[in-house]
Design a protein around this ligand. Structure first.
Ligand code: THU
Length: 154
């Protein structure tokens, strides 16, 4: 299997992945982003098919804010520490606009995804929309972060 699969339309993805994208869109509704006005939603499917949501949460002290992906992932780490993650989807839109824009998880969120993946010892699929509009499924978090830093480096 290639590291990345590409799809022209959402309807080309399997039903579970489509549903995860729609869950991420729904999650973006709780974004608290008065500073960037950039509303991000993340949805994470656990291997038991439970779906956990996250949205970006900002703060007047800008660096205190947290990305949608890490809100969802740390919630899982905290509330479901023994469950495994199957897939994560991220979407974003600008406040006041109706269309979602392509977005790719930031480097820090990729680092956190990698930690979860190494910890659970099974791949976490990452679903996102590329700048050219195609949907991308990365087969695991590691391929999203080449030459990564991990506990082996310590
Ligand atoms: N953001 C996310 O929530 N996820 C990403 O992958 C990229 C950026 C948020 C952080 C901040 O609230 C806003 O988007 C602008 O950077």
């Amino acid at each position: 299997m290639e590291n990345f699969q590409f799809f022209s339309r959402i309807s080309d993805l399997n039903k579970k992945d489509q549903d995860l994208i729609y869950s991420a869109q729904k999650a973006s509704e709780s974004s608290y982003s008065p500073y960037s006005r950039y509303r991000v939603g993340a949805a994470v499917r656990l291997t038991d098919d439970q779906v956990i949501h996250g949205s970006n949460q900002e703060n007047a002290s800008y660096p205190a804010g947290l990305c949608a992906e890490r809100v969802a992932l740390f919630h899982i780490g905290s509330s479901y520490p023994n469950k495994k993650i199957e897939s994560l989807a991220t979407v974003a839109k600008r406040a006041g606009e109706s269309d979602f824009k392509p977005v790719s998880p930031c480097g820090v969120c990729r680092q956190v995804m990698l930690e979860f993946e190494l910890r659970q010892k099974t791949p976490i699929r990452v679903i996102l929309q590329a700048n050219d509009g195609r949907w991308v499924i990365a087969q695991n978090a590691q391929v999203m972060l080449p030459f990564s830093f991990g506990q082996d480096s310590l």
